[in-house]
Design a protein around this ligand. Structure first.
Ligand code: ZN
Length: 383
C-alpha cells in the first residue's frame, strides 16, 4: 500500500514523485530536494490528491506507506508539518500569502520537511504572487511548496519558472471505472456508466455512482437538446437550468456558511448570529460578502458542469451523424441523440458545440449566467 494508490491513471507522475521522495530520503535536508513544485491537470484529474499524497510521502518515515500516523494525519490535513491551503473564495489575498510565507519559514516539528500544499494557486492575486515569490526564490532548506493549478498558463511565469512541473492527465474511463469498483465498492455496471458520463473526472464519477440525485439532475440537463424547439421552451429551459444550478450552489455552501456565522458569533460574544447587534454588523457584513462570492462561484461551477454534460451530448450527436466508430459518452440516451442527429446536418451540431463553449467562457468571465444561458439555448434551437 502506498499514499499514491489514490491517484488514478497517473503512472508517470507517480514515478516522478516516488523518485523524488526516495532522493529526498537519501540526502541531507535541502541537498537535492526541489523546493517548489507545480501540479497541473484538468479538473478532476486529481492534482490536489497528488499534492496531498506527495506531502504525506515526504513526512512519512517510510516514504508514504499509507498507513502510519504521519501518512494518515497528512492526508487528513492535521499533520503539524503539512499545511494544506484550500480556498472557496475567488482569490487568495496578499495577507494570506504573507502568513503562509511566515509559516513556511518555521522549522518542521517532527518530520524532515515542512510542506505547504497550496490548492488553487491560480487564484493568487498579483500582490499575493509577489509575496510568495521571494519564498520560492530563496526557500529555507526544510521547506517544500506544492502549488496546484489547472494549467501552466494559470500561474504567473515568475512563479512557474521556479517550480518543478508535475503534469496530471485525464484518466481513461477504464481506469476510473476500475478505481470505483476496487476502492469504492461500486458495482461494475454503475462504475462503467459513471466513468463514461464523467469523462474521466474522478470526483464527478464518484458523485454520479453514489448519488441518485446527481444522476437525476444530469438526466434533466441532457433532456434540454430535445426540448428547445420553440422560443418559449428555449427561454424556459435556460431559466430552469440556471435556477437548478443556483439551488445546488447554495446547497453546497450552506453548511460552511452556517458554521462560519456561528463561529464569528461565538468569537464576538454575539448571541444571535441572524440578528447581530449594531456594533457587530460590519464584521457580519464582511463575512456575508465573502460567502455571497463563494456561493456565486459554486453556482458557476455547477453550471459549468451542466454545460460540459451538454457538450458531451452534442459530441455524441456528431458521432452518430458522421458515423464514427467511437463509444458514446451518453450511450443510454441513444434515443434522444438520434432524434437530434436527424434534425440537422453535422455543421449545425458543431455550431451548437461552439455556442456551448462560448457560454462556458462567458460564465467563467462573470457574465450574468441567465443571459449567457439564454443566448445559448436560443442558439441551440437551430440544431
Ligand atoms: Zn507512512
Amino acid at each position: 500500500m502506498s499514499v499514491f494508490d489514490s491517484l488514478v491513471g497517473q503512472a508517470r507522475a507517480v514515478e516522478t514523485l516516488t523518485r523524488a521522495v526516495q532522493d529526498a530520503a537519501l540526502d541531507s535536508p535541502g541537498a537535492a530536494m526541489t523546493h517548489a513544485w507545480l501540479f497541473t491537470g484538468p479538473p478532476g484529474s486529481g492534482r490536489s490528491v497528488a499534492a496531498a499524497a506527495f506531502a504525506a510521502a515526504l513526512v512519512c518515515s517510510q516514504g508514504g506507506c499509507g498507513h502510519c500516523p504521519d501518512c494518515h494525519t497528512a492526508l487528513l490535513g492535521s499533520h503539524s508539518d503539512v499545511d494544506h491551503v484550500t480556498t472557496e473564495a475567488m482569490t487568495i489575498s496578499v495577507d494570506r500569502a504573507r502568513s503562509l510565507v511566515l509559516e513556511a519559514a518555521t522549522a518542521p516539528s517532527v518530520a524532515r520537511w515542512r510542506v505547504i500544499v497550496l490548492e488553487d494557486a491560480d487564484r493568487l492575486t498579483e500582490a499575493a504572487n509577489n509575496a510568495l515569490l521571494k519564498s520560492l526564490e530563496e526557500p529555507t532548506p526544510h521547506t517544500v511548496w506544492l502549488l496546484c493549478a489547472p494549467s501552466m498558463e494559470d500561474v504567473l511565469p515568475t512563479i512557474r519558472s521556479r517550480c518543478r512541473h508535475v503534469i496530471l492527465t485525464t484518466p481513461t474511463t477504464v481506469d476510473v471505472a476500475r478505481h470505483l469498483v476496487e476502492r469504492d465498492g461500486v458495482d461494475e455496471a454503475m462504475a462503467s456508466f459513471a466513468a463514461r458520463a464523467s469523462m474521466g473526472h474522478i470526483g464527478r464519477a464518484r458523485g454520479l455512482a453514489r448519488d441518485e440525485q446527481a444522476r437525476i439532475t444530469r438526466a434533466a440537463t441532457l433532456s434540454l437538446p430535445v426540448n428547445v424547439a420553440s422560443l418559449g421552451s428555449a427561454l424556459l429551459s435556460a431559466r430552469e437550468l440556471v435556477d437548478a444550478a443556483t439551488e445546488r450552489g447554495a446547497e453546497r455552501t450552506k453548511s460552511v456558511d452556517e458554521t462560519e456565522r456561528s463561529q464569528l458569533a461565538r468569537g464576538m460574544g454575539v448571541e444571535n448570529p441572524e440578528r447581530p447587534p449594531k456594533w457587530a454588523r460590519p464584521d457580519f457584513k464582511r463575512l456575508k460578502d465573502g460567502q455571497d462570492k463563494r456561493r456565486k462561484r459554486a453556482t458557476i461551477d455547477e453550471l459549468d458542469r451542466d454545460l460540459q454534460d451538454l457538450l458531451s451530448f452534442y459530441r455524441d450527436v456528431l458521432v452518430v451523424q458522421v458515423g464514427g466508430n467511437v463509444t458514446l459518452v451518453n450511450a443510454e440516451l441513444i434515443g434522444s441523440i438520434e432524434k437530434v442527429a436527424v434534425r440537422c446536418p453535422p455543421e449545425i451540431t458543431m455550431r451548437a458545440m461552439e455556442a456551448i463553449l462560448e457560454a462556458r467562457e462567458k460564465i467563467a468571465a462573470y457574465v450574468t449566467p441567465l443571459l449567457a444561458v439564454e443566448e445559448l439555448t436560443l442558439a441551440l434551437r437551430a440544431s
